[in-house]
Design a protein around this ligand. Structure first.
Ligand SMILES: Cc1cc2nc3c(=O)[nH]c(=O)nc-3n(C[C@H](O)[C@H](O)[C@H](O)COP(=O)(O)O)c2cc1C
Length: 188
């Protein structure tokens, strides 16, 4: 296989989630779309998110130290909400109002959940660090809300919820077609 070195800043083809984060409190809550998001510890469960300091949402997360990760379904309506929240600033528009999204009271944090989105992870910041262009926040997951039709027993069923992903400036729907169970290669 022939390979070439390419620019380290080239738009990465790595798969990232496209999710909408709520920050602030009931009255001043704002929404921001993020792709720099991922689980980084299991016990306690911890999610990392990275936000540029210039974002309006950055001031709210610094002020309250809490956030909610709202995972959309892959409907055109929720895709539009994802794109809208990632291309407008809360300094100028009330994204909740513009998108007709409903605030729902969280259990552990002040930031409201997006009621219409099927999965919501309530997080409290336990650590933060400036990394070049962004500030990375690690948030301990304190509560998870899930639409009942997306569950398998007590857990989330990824096969029942197709997810939006973001790769190099484009949105995709993850097909969720199982192609093997972890450890299958160990079996004879
Ligand atoms: C798909 C997508 C992913 C994004 N990911 C990030 C991200 O990980 N970090 C970030 O700081 N901004 C990210 N942005 C940009 C912000 O969402 C955008 O600047 C937003 O308008 C900021 O809103 P605010 O000023 O109300 O906080 C992303 C935008 C899109 C459309």
């Amino acid at each position: 296989m022939e390979k070439r070195l390419i620019d380290i800043y080239a738009n990465g083809p790595m798969v990232m989630p496209a999710v909408v984060i709520s920050v602030g409190t009931w009255d001043d809550a704002n929404l921001i779309t993020l792709a720099y998001v991922g689980k980084v510890a299991a016990k306690p469960p911890v999610m990392a998110i990275s936000i540029r300091p210039s974002r309006y949402s950055s001031s709210l997360i610094q002020k309250y130290g809490e956030f909610v990760i709202n995972v959309p379904d892959s409907s055109p309506l929720q895709l539009r909400a994802v794109d809208f929240c990632g291309t407008r600033t809360g300094r100028k528009v009330d994204k909740w109002k513009e998108l007709n999204l409903t605030k729902e009271k969280a259990k552990e944090v002040q930031a409201p959940l997006i009621k219409e989105f099927p999965w919501n992870f309530e997080c409290r910041v336990i650590e933060r660090k400036k990394i070049g262009s962004h500030v990375c926040y690690w948030g301990e997951v304190l509560a998870v809300h899930a639409a009942v039709d997306t569950l398998r027993g007590d857990g989330l069923d990824e096969t029942k919820q197709s997810q939006l992903i973001y790769i190099a400036g484009n949105y995709y729907i993850m097909e969720n077609t199982p192609c093997g169970k972890q450890g299958f290669s160990l079996r004879r």
